[in-house]
Design a protein around this ligand. Structure first.
Ligand code: IMP
Length: 198
């Protein structure tokens, strides 16, 4: 079975391929499937945005599409950057490093460093059916970046259930504890039930 990932984010694509590959599902990026579009993320929740992204690709392709909308929520910042994680600095040209350094600056002198990663996964089907799941990974904002793996805010996030930063974990180790790993594993269960009912 083929499924289009409604994203061109290389980090997400790599993680999704590893997770869904176990089920024998071939994951194509939007670009590989020939849909080089940027869906506007106008929602105010991860759930709204993942639905917007997946349904736009299903409407164009006539195929099932899965989207993950995800981000980092920092307690001291009232849940920021949240759905704005990918565009936190306000400048699209900025890099992951620019964004996490911007966040670290906001956290200077702050002792409450609790935070969580959230992932809302949504899969849309051409007949209008929708599968949704959500995963969270709790931890702390570190004082300085460490680690070379992963992407986004991984170097400044210390998950509760492991030592060091998320960027010090291999893809396999990260998927075992991450927000996206949890959401995708639940999605796989729901997908199995969905096809079993057909
Ligand atoms: P989206 O593509 O709109 O869902 O943006 C997600 C953004 O949240 C990414 O660009 C990263 O900045 C951040 N993010 C989401 N998941 C992760 C993760 O697993 N590690 C680090 N940053 C993440």
């Amino acid at each position: 079975m083929k499924i289009i990932l409604a994203s061109n984010n290389k980090g997400k694509l790599r993680e999704m391929r590893e997770l869904l590959g176990e089920l024998g599902i071939e994951v194509l990026s939007q670009r590989e499937a020939g849909f080089d579009i940027e869906v506007e993320e106008t929602g105010t929740t991860f759930e709204e945005n993942s639905y917007l992204k997946a349904s736009a690709i299903t409407a164009l392709s006539g195929l099932p599409a899965v989207a993950d909308d995800s981000g980092l929520m920092v307690d001291h910042l009232g849940g920021e950057p949240g759905v704005y994680s990918a565009r936190y600095t306000g400048n699209h040209e900025d890099s992951d490093i620019d964004r996490y350094m911007y966040l670290l600056k906001k956290m200077e002198g702050v002792t409450d460093r609790r935070a969580k990663f959230v992932s809302a996964v949504c899969c849309t089907f051409p007949n209008g059916d929708v599968i949704r799941t959500r995963g969270e990974c709790h931890g702390n904002i570190l004082y300085s970046p460490v680690g070379e793996h992963g992407f986004g805010y991984d170097p400044i996030f210390g998950p509760d259930c492991s030592e060091g930063s998320m960027a010090q974990l291999t893809d396999e180790e990260k998927n075992a504890i991450s927000h996206r790993g949890k959401a995708v594993r639940e999605f796989i269960e729901k997908l199995r039930e969905y096809y079993a009912d057909k």
